[in-house]
Ligand binder design. Structure first.
Ligand SMILES: [Fe+2]
Length: 433
């Protein structure tokens, strides 16, 4: 008997409220959940825009006890998460009552920090217990977490809709993740007005992340090419390309093509910021379901191995690579590599980004995609390749090893990849134009 292949497509998602002014409904939602003691995890830099005060007032007006944690580290690390979990635990002990709900206000780093606090204060464990294999023990989350509402203030990570926590392990200089369906926030309140405070460099990098999420989930290995899991509990969080995820991903790519340049150029362009916020959420639903593959896998060593590059336009003093930059830098070379696996899908992405593909064969049209991505990157001020971040050819072997560790993501590659393929991708990504 042959192996029975997967035939089920679950669409697991939290509740969603989208639109200008949706933030005002946070109090109502918390009351409906029966929340009495809430921890608000906020990006400390949002105080100056009045956003933290605004959310604080909305929660307190419901008569809910509120504690605020605002020491979020941009691009969370094992150290920053342990600190956050510890402080949250101490706050709960001091008040003698555990938090019964969590609110996150910020970008992906803030939302991921809140997810980690929720997970580790609900089911205490060593950080490595839940980290994905082979780096961690890949332990399954034992049960449901406390309700969490995420209010994103950037438009990219889609973290408000995903079951993943991304973190860097400082000792190993590697980025990895914790993923389990129960980690997904119960609700996302996506209010485009909250993204107007986003500086243009952040709009660019998070918007490029929207693109890679959607393009990778649209091209990832299909769900029905993998054996059926022995039990639903063993089905991977990323199930592979499927017709349901496709809908969300295609729409997100279309909006990135139409609105990312405008969102980058003018932070007051409410229409562009609205569509990028919606695109981010759509891509989050698409990739939170289908998954991402090579560009995201390679984004881990690109971010983890950085030496002294500080991203321009970011209010930050330590070297780091914004996640969207780390993932998009190899995207042109990755899609050149994977085009043969499914030329029609690669061509469709090029078309959605505005490339003219009329009259071309599917393969010719697919090969328009790398250039279409490069044009977009150039227009939104993205660094010109890995060399611009200070990397050179001697870094490639270590980068390949770092990418190779992300087997959880590489299994989704549309075609089998070797270490030599990854080395070529890094080589082609040193300078893009
Ligand atoms: Fe991402």
């Amino acid at each position: 008997m042959g192996v029975e292949m997967e035939s089920v497509i679950p669409l697991m998602m939290g509740n969603l409220k989208f639109g200008a002014g949706a933030t005002e409904e946070l109090g109502y939602e918390l009351r409906t959940m029966g929340a009495k003691n809430v921890l608000l995890v906020a990006d400390g830099r949002l105080w100056e825009f009045g956003l933290v005060d605004k959310v604080k007032t909305i929660i307190e007006e419901e008569g809910i006890r509120l504690t605020i944690y605002d020491e979020v580290h941009i691009e969370p690390t094992d150290v920053s998460l342990k600190h956050a979990i510890e402080i949250a635990g101490e706050c709960a002990n001091r008040t003698q009552t555990a938090f019964d709900a969590f609110v996150a206000l910020g970008g992906g780093s803030t939302i991921d920090t809140a997810k980690a606090i929720n997970l580790f204060t609900t089911y205490p464990a060593d950080l490595y217990d839940y980290i994905n294999r082979p780096i961690g023990k890949g332990k399954l989350v034992p049960g449901p977490l406390k309700p969490m509402i995420a209010l994103p203030t950037t438009a990219g990570t889609g973290s408000e809709t995903t079951p993943v926590i991304a973190l860097e392990l400082l000792g190993q200089k590697v980025k990895t993740g914790i993923s389990h369906v129960n980690i997904r926030p119960a609700m996302a309140i996506v209010d485009p007005l909250n993204t107007l405070s986003m500086p243009s460099a952040v709009a660019a990098s998070t918007g490029l992340d929207v693109f890679t999420h959607a393009a990778e989930s649209f091209t990832i290995k299909p769900y029905n090419t993998r054996p059926k899991p022995k039990s639903p509990a063993l089905r991977p969080a990323y199930i592979g390309a499927n017709p349901i995820a496709d809908l969300w991903s295609e729409k997100a790519i279309e909006w990135v093509g139409k609105y990312l340049r405008r969102s980058y150029l003018n932070s007051d362009d409410i229409e562009a910021r609205t569509y990028m916020a919606m695109g981010s959420t759509f891509a989050g639903i698409g990739f939170g379901n289908a998954g991402v593959h090579i560009p995201h896998a390679l984004g881990y060593p690109i971010a983890g191995m950085i030496r002294d590059w500080i991203p321009p336009g970011y209010d930050i003093e330590e070297p780091m690579v914004p996640h969207g930059i780390a993932t998009v830098l190899t995207a042109p070379a990755c899609f050149r590599l994977t085009a043969t696996a499914n030329p029609e899908r690669h061509a469709r992405i090029a078309e959605l980004l505005g490339a003219s593909v009329a009259g071309l064969s599917p393969m010719e049209a697919a090969m328009e995609l790398p250039d279409a991505i490069i044009r977009l990157m150039k227009d939104v001020g993205c660094p010109n390749g890995l060399a611009a971040l200070g990397y050179n050819e001697t870094d490639i072997p270590a980068m390949v090893e770092g990418g190779w560790k992300q087997q959880r993501l590489l299994v989704g590659s549309p075609l089998p990849v070797t270490k030599e393929d990854l080395a070529r991708v890094f080589q082609e990504s040193m300078e893009l134009w």
